[in-house]
Every structure is written in structure tokens, then in C-alpha cells.
Design a protein. Sequence first.
Length: 306
Amino acid sequence: MNEDRNAFDVVIVGGGPAGLNASLVLGRARKQVLVIDDQKPRNWVTRETHGFLTRDGVSPQEFRRIAKEEIAAYPSVQFASDTVMEITGQHGEFVVRTVEGKQYDAKKVLFAVGKRDLPLEITGLSEVYGKSAFVCPYCDGWELRNRELVIITSANHALHMAKLISGWTSQFTLCIQDDNPLEAEQKQDLSHHGVQVYEAPIQSIRSEDGMVSAVELSDGTLIPCTGIFFQPKLQTGSDLPKVIGCEMTETGTIVVDAQGRTSVPGVFSAGDAASELYQAITAASLGALTAVSINNELNVEAWDFN
């Protein structure tokens, strides 16, 4: 590795909860770490982060500010506001190049790039997303408890979503938005529990100042509501894992083992990019666990080299 260039033990791509917690663990382990983040996190559409002990209700922006303030106690961790455009090399000798023309050497690479929402196809949904329409009941269900909700889902997930949402409110309606019809047994189960189901396409979401008032269907049906949960269509936050050969699932999640290792030696992933448990505290936990694995590998390699 060329010592004349910016050389790091680990380059972390992505500065959300997973990348930040990984950098904290690695910084405390005295590793040279660079976190490269494009400052475009998915969760900035929301006002608050929930379910994270000691940080429940804090905004995503404030969460990151506090995290960086704490990580600043460990001088071996650096941050760069930039976008990684290319990674070449191999285990122990990766070269990371960015849009700003920077180049860094790294022994290990950690992808903590999260997921990104694909464009919302329903008219009016973007106006309420993060204000009165959400994707995760565990994150925002408490705020919508006992309210009239519309659940926008697919037929395959309809029964699951109904059972899940029922823990927060009994006043909800299902809108099935795909070409697959509900099975008769599913309809009977939902009807037995008093759940109204509509299968006509959604025409638009009616709202004012981000607060939903009704969902309008293509057949003219108007469903009054004060909140929405929906299933977003997601993609990995960066194409680089796939480009460099990391195995991916059909849904675009990076395949990792229990230590966060990808199929490419020396490359790791943590957080939403490598999981479908989309909670900040889960991402942070996975970032910490993967950082431990990375640190152990670095220590063993240094021991065996000397």
C-alpha cells in the first residue's frame, strides 16, 4: 500500500447509524478510519427517530450531530462529505476514488449505504411521506395509535400488515395495490376481524400541509383517514457493492454472513444495506458487530505479518 496517499485501515461508505457506530467501535480500537458520506440519508424525510434508547424522538439530523460529536473524541476517525464512485484493488489493497477527485487506500471496506426509495408512484403520496404517511409501524405506529389509517400494501403482505397494524389501532382499511387478488381465505379472515378491503387502484392522496385527509380510489371511492402506512419500493443506496462483485438478493440486499462479511474478501456491509430490519437501532447494532469483526481481522493479519 502506498504510504504517500491517504491510507486507512477501513473506509466506511455511508454515514448513517450503521456507519457511525462502526466508526465509533473502530476508533476506540485505534484503527485509522475514514467515513465517506454523501449527506443524502433516506430517513431525513422523517421528523423523528424512534425506538432508539436514549435518542427516542430525536431528529435524524440531530442524531448525526450528536454521534459525530461523540466520535470526535477518537482522532483516528475522519469524515469526508463526498460520494464514492469507484473501488478497485483487492483485500488489503483497495483503492477508493470519489466524485470530488479524492483517492484513498484501504485495507478493508465497509458498505453502510442503506437503501433508497424508488419514486413514489401514487399521486400525492410524496406530499405526506414523513409527515402523516410512514413505512414502519415500529418507528411511527405510536404516533398514529387509535387513529383511522389506510394501509397500502400488496396482496401477499395484506394479512401480515393487518395483524401488525392491529396492535396500534383497530380503525384501519387495506388498499391492495398490485395485480394479485386476495385469496378467498384471506378475505374471509379479514372480514371476520372487521377489516374493510379495497382492491381498486389509488387515484390520489388528499392532504393539506402534509396531513392526509383521505385516499381517493380510481372508482371514485373516498376513504377518510388521518394516517397511512405503505410499503416502499427500495434499492441499495449505492450500485458499488454489486459492481465490485458482492452477492445480492433478489430484493437488492447485500448478502453477508454473521460477521458482516460479503462475498468479496475484505469487503463488509452492515445496516439497512445488508438487512431488511429497517430500524436505526438495528442498523447501529449491526454496524457495531461488523466493526468488531473487521477489527479482529485487522489485528490477526497484523499479528501474522510481524
